[in-house]
Design a protein around this ligand. Sequence first.
Ligand code: FAD
Ligand code: FES
Ligand code: MG
Length: 271
Amino acid sequence: MNKIMQRSELAPSLYKYVVEAPMIARRAQPGQFVILRVHPQGERIPLTIADYDREQGTITIVFQEVGRTTRLLGALQQGEKILDLLGPLGEPTDHPQGKNAVCIGGGVGVAPVYPEAKSLHARGYQVTTIIGARTGELLFFEEEMAAVSDELYIATDDGSKGEKGFVTDVLQKLIDGGRSIDFVIAVGPIPMMKAVADLTRKYGIKTIVSLNSLMVDGTGMCGGCRVTVGGEVKFTCVDGPAFDAHLLDFDEQMRRLSMYKNLEKKQEVCD
Ligand code: FAD
Ligand code: FES
Ligand code: MG
């Protein structure tokens, strides 16, 4: 059982919890995630470790209510406990060569990109960050991101905050302006990550993306999270979640993510 020490609502249906988890906090690295359960008969869901404090013995998770389990989690209050929390899982992100990094986060993907930017910034990298959302109301971590970035750009689809357009529009402008970029780390919805990969491929800029594949056990046993990378089958839970975006089969990922849509809808109806 892991106690929720702090609970805040960052945007409608988007929560940040600081959770007591000293063993996980001690070993967590950027790119890793936890798998948690909220209900004894419930499923286990993966969430990124968005931050950790080794001294306080806490980790931070940021999640969007999208279905049954995230809604059960969102109903918990400060001081209540999460049933169980397993982690840190997955491989820490392996950063490519070079000192000029661009970190891109779209939607709830801003949370997984934050520890990457924080770690790169602390190690002396030049960090340019681009965060995007459909509308300004859904943006979060602007101050946190600004604190760990040399430059921060914001893009919203409706132009209500920052530049009107997509994160790829901002990236294209940086490239057109002659910005030196050694690598890009992008996390967000699959279409966004695919668009970033298509853009950077043209310029030969190494790109890493972090996948939110469907997971069951999170230990490499069930094969539920498989992906194809450079023609080889990999498991997101143990080989990822970060992969080379230029080798990844995004279309397969898109198909696999919607595999259980009908069952998930049915579950909503039953609730
Ligand atoms: P459901 O109605 O069951 O599903 C809604 C959608 O969520 C599905 O269509 C599917 O795309 C996805 N999903 C459902 N079950 C799973 C599962 N067992 N594993 C993975 N995806 C699933 N979300 C966040 O909001 N914040 C995060 O930091 C975050 N980090 C993630 C890190 C990793 C490594 C992975 C694999 C996923 C991450 N996700 C994150 C996605 C999160 O796990 C899903 O939103 C959650 O499982 C949805 O569960 P649900 O029952 O509320 O919704
Ligand atoms: Fe089962 Fe990755 S979740 S192999
Ligand atoms: Mg579910």
